[in-house]
Write a protein that binds this ligand. Sequence first.
Ligand code: OOG
Ligand code: NI
Length: 447
Amino acid sequence: MEKFVSADALRERFSQAMSTMYQQEVPQYGTLLQLVSDVNQQVLAQDRALADRLSAADELARLSVERHGAIRVGSAQELNTLRQLFAIMGMYPVGYYDLAPAGVPVHSTAFRPREGDALRRNPFRLFTSLLRLELIEDRVLRERAAAILAARRIFTPRCLALIACHQRVGGFDEQSADEFVREALETFRWHRQTTVDRATYEALHQQHRLIADVVCFPGCHINHLTPRTLDIDRAQALMPEYGITPKAIIEGPPRRQVPLLLRQTSFKALEEPVIFQDGAAGRHTARFGEIEQRGVALTPAGRERYDRLLAQAGSGGDNQQHQQRLAHIFSDFPDNERDLRQQRLAWFEYRLTEKGRRQGVPADADRETLIEQGLLIADPQIYEDFLPVSAAGIFQSNLGDGAQEQFAAGSSRADFEAALGGEITDEMTLYAARQAESLRRCGLHPE
Ligand code: OOG
Ligand code: NI
């Protein structure tokens, strides 16, 4: 029997192809990659302990290939097909994010690998938003938007045929794999030519900039890609030197000894020329670049505390002030791994040291004692997901300034899953399972 190309390899090739395409489309993204690579090299050179630790936990290799992207789709059918397409690359819907309360008429999930090995190999993820047309108040415009979306085909016929083939046969040979990556990429390419005339674009834009971005184009262009940095404050400070204008504030938690969750910043979206169907020329603002720094994943208790503190901090206009305020408010939150473990605020992955393996450990031994004795190591689990408040900040800063009205719609995870045609995995169950499994591998009782 012929050997199939693995889902991990497909994801790796796809994310590489996506990055190459986006560097051609948005040259500033290439500059951003250079900046992040420079910063990461500096950090690793200055912090040997961090470098050794990342290397021992097998976390160093993924750093340079690490990125996430974001796309927005307009209909249940599009989302459903994306689910099938991403499954081929080992990317599954994890987490539900409702952006309506923040004034963005979408709800979202992240397609990403779920297992430790796949994440270590290549953690590529796509934040995927579904437009909520029902939030457009004007009925005529809402129906017009729905009709435009129903008529478009964002996947190439060959891409759809390859998805069906994969589902039938169970895999791709080398040639089909290459073709699949090439065809899948077409869905995410930028199109300067819109599918609507200027008047329609403007009417939709007037409702919400995001609606125009989703409805008026023939595909669901990738709107940003995001490399992972080890020091986002340094990256933010260096952006102007590289000719990049950063967004005003870094989203998420403050700088910490033990980095928490996810911190993000971006450069402002480009104003790009477009051509309307009636031949008129116009401009559209949607595509940008982003940088992220990932830290430890928090348990539900840790996350609840994070959300409460973040809400207290609000959102300042000046980054330095905002970061100082955050640092002050977060001073109550434990900032060493031991406390984070003992207070069950963060997720870890455990492994035995050489000595621990030789000596063996009793199943009910106290973990902290084993760590002190040099028998056990606890590596923080990287947060693999997104943060709705931060995501709203990223959306907002790239949709132009100005206050956004809130949408008073209820959260509708069930509607999202119906459109998706499948269930969303709760991210917490993944972190919990990974921690428990690592303890079992060490011969220790999970809790
Ligand atoms: C998605 C914005 C959210 C993030 O990193 O939080 C996001 C979008 O603009 O489509 O990518
Ligand atoms: Ni993003």
